[in-house]
Ligand binder design. Structure first.
Ligand code: NAP
Length: 330
């Protein structure tokens, strides 16, 4: 096999060196499934992993990219054959196991899932971990009793990857969506995705935390966390629920016990990384089925090359991306 290109991060003498590099196949781990990567994507976590010395990276070198979709070239795992279209996201991929910013990836069989028939490789990466996380959030809220109705569901960080996906998926399912954003100049984008109303971040959290406030939303998809999460918990309807996946506004959530004991609020944790395989397949099937947002793919996606990955990783950490950026390889 010929050499190939990857975004490669190494460290020597305490200095981090990152760039597009030509590497040989021996650089990859000898896992069960060798995949020719067609698409990857850019997530907030990829930005964090690629920051020099990020504590998530235990060992260098690392090829980041927590998402990849491609075609199996060779498999030592009976479940996969040469020519199969597959997806691999999360687990250790792109953090402690070479990931998707690479023309080839070698991935353990238990981390790989077959591409659902109703999706293309490109569509799978328009979703990527962000779309999967939005869908898993909705899946958990619905298992907790949420159903489409007249009362609004809040989506925070709405112009981001998880947020954009959640807005479009909830709207497709028939929910009335209130999108909250710090980028109000993109409100038309959010209306086009299906938001019924668009509000500023400050309308969710005005800088003052209250034990309980007026009941505004039956549920929330929250990839933002921090103080805005504490604020939205105090504004959920009786028996409401928030599905929490992210930390762009911080890790400390200074809530009080009142929303839980006086309004029966449910706080649902959402983890895409070690989500059990059974649920993972169920959610991917929903992404290919009732949650498929075909009409929104073109609005949400921006396609870049491997060479554009480093600058895009910087931008996502600065909050300067919108929707989903996918990486076309080969
Ligand atoms: N739990 C999991 O398994 C899982 C999976 C995927 C992602 N995540 C996490 O979810 C979060 C979002 O990921 P992503 O890939 O969607 O990132 P993203 O595309 O960068 O979106 C994040 C959005 O959050 C909002 N935001 C940024 N800084 C903020 C701040 N200081 N205060 C309030 N809002 C802020 C912005 O939206 P607006 O400008 O519209 O407000 C931004 O677009 C990240 O924390 C990520 O690590 C977790």
């Amino acid at each position: 096999m010929t050499d190939f290109k990857a975004f490669y991060i190494d460290q020597s003498d305490g200095k981090t060196n990152a760039g597009i590099k030509t590497i040989s196949i021996d650089t990859l781990p000898s896992s069960e499934v060798l995949i020719k990567v067609h698409y990857s994507s850019v997530n907030y976590k990829d930005g964090m992993v690629s920051s020099p010395g990020n504590p998530m990276v235990k060992e260098y070198p690392i090829i980041p990219g927590i998402d990849l979709a491609g075609i199996v070239v060779h498999s030592k795992d009976d479940r996969f054959n040469e020519g199969d279209a597959v997806i691999a996201t999360s687990y250790e991929i792109g953090v402690s196991h070479h990931g998707g910013y690479s023309e080839y990836a070698s991935i353990p069989g238990e981390w790989v899932i077959p591409l659902p028939d109703e999706l293309t490789l490109e569509e799978a990466m328009i979703y990527g971990t962000a779309g999967f996380t939005a869908a898993l959030s909705i899946h958990k809220l619905e298992k907790n009793g949420l159903a489409p109705g007249e009362e609004p569901v809040l989506v925070t960080g709405a112009t981001g990857g998880v947020g954009s996906m959640a807005v479009a998926m909830l709207a497709k399912r028939g929910y009335k969506v209130e999108a909250s954003t710090g980028s109000i100049e993109h409100k038309d984008y959010l209306f086009e995705l299906g938001a019924a109303t668009v509000v500023s971040r400050e309308e969710v959290y005005d800088g003052k935390l209250r034990a309980l406030s007026k009941q505004r939303w039956v549920a929330a998809v929250d990839p933002v966390g921090g103080e805005p999460l504490a604020s939205l918990l105090s504004q959920l309807h009786y028996n409401g629920a928030a599905a929490v996946s992210g930390l762009t506004a911080g890790t400390d959530v200074p809530t009080q016990v009142y929303p839980f004991i006086l309004r029966g609020i449910n706080l649902l944790g959402v983890d895409s990384v070690y989500c059990p395989m059974e649920t993972r397949k169920e959610v991917w099937n929903r992404l290919a089925g009732d949650l498929k947002i075909s009409d929104s793919f073109d609005r949400i996606k921006e396609v870049i090359s491997l060479e554009q990955v480093p600058e895009t990783l910087t931008k996502i950490l600065e909050g300067k991306t919108r929707g989903r950026t996918i990486v076309k390889l080969g």
